[in-house]
Structures are given as C-alpha cells and as structure tokens.
Design a protein around this ligand. Sequence first.
Ligand code: SF4
Length: 213
Amino acid sequence: MDRREKARKTVEALEKEYPVAKCTLSYEDAWQLMVSVRLAAQCTDARVDTVTAVLYEKYPSAAALAGAEYDDVFEIVRPCGLGASKTRDILASMKMLCEEYGGIVPDDIDALLRFPGVGRKSANLIVGDIYGKPAIVCDTHCIRISRLLGLTDTDDPAKAEKQLREVVEPDKGNDLCHRFVLHGRAVCIARRPQCGKCCLRAFCDHAQSLPDA
Ligand code: SF4
C-alpha cells in the first residue's frame, strides 16, 4: 500500500473511531490559543486549562495581558513549569500582537513564527484551528504514530510535517492531528501501544512487524 493510500485509510478509520476532533486546550479567542499553546510546553493540557481560567479572567484581552506586570503573570503561570521563559514569551508576544498586528492573530505560518515562543507546531495549530487552513500539527503523538504506521520515516518534527503534507489531503490534516492525540492517549500509547485493539493495525507497519501479526 502506498503512503497516500495509507494516509487516506488512516483518516477514514480515525474519523470513525473519534467523530469529534478538536483541540484539547480550552480557549475562546485566537490570542488565548497562542498563550495556551505556549503554556502547554512540557505541561498537561488539564493543568494549562486550570491556569488559563485564572489568567484570562484577570487579563480578558491581548492588550490587557500585554500590559500586565511580569511578576503577576509569572505567579499565575508558574504551575505550568518553565515559568520565567513562558512569562517572557507571553508578554512579548501579546505586545507584538497589539503593536504590529492590531491585536489580530495572523493567519500565516511564517508570520506566526516571528512571535516569541511560537514554533511550527503552534503556528500550524493556530492556522488550522482558528482559520481552517491546511495544517499538520507535529506533536509527540503525531510524530510517533505516523512513524509507527509507516506514513513517515523520521522523528524530526519539520521533516515529519513535510512528509505528512505530501500524503494527507490538505483539508484533513488538522483534524487528523487532533485525532492522533486522542489515539495516542487511548490506544497507541507511547512505549506500550495496544495494537490488538487498534483500528489501524491492518495497515500499520509496526503491527505488521509483530511476531503474531
Ligand atoms: S497498530 Fe499499534 S503501533 Fe500501529 S497505530 Fe495501532 S497501536 Fe499504534
């Protein structure tokens, strides 16, 4: 089976398995998603949501957060870990958003990559979730499962994104990555994938390589 066909079957199977595909972080505005994804680095989504409930109540707009005191923000976001760098990036990116973009989060990956703390994963998530543009969010689940399936042959996020863009239909990529997260938590768990109950096992390279496949 070629990789394009495998990608099509993966999309189809995961759509059936997980009918609802959406971001696992809570947000109401684009600027909030930008902040939440920065806080999510090396932190659970549940903890990020707890922290941002407080943060967004105290600072209800990008402008309000841009003008916040470093120490105040640091105290709120500290439970997410990496408090100093996350606070610095959040304040700098909200300032840049207000000063250079009138508070409107850009819909372009290259523009988003200019923001402090925004990498390709976050930029893809924002253009996909906020603007409905083609996106491949290469997080740990996406990278791991894609490689196990044989859709990619790399652990490098930028290379994996490029390889997936070559084989996944553009309008399917963003939701596919949300579903990889759900599948990575429920079935294709890191270091102990539950291949016996996986809806992808019939065409997964890793499952096919197992002795009793
Ligand atoms: S068959 Fe196994 S390795 Fe392949 S995607 Fe499913 S759980 Fe992961």
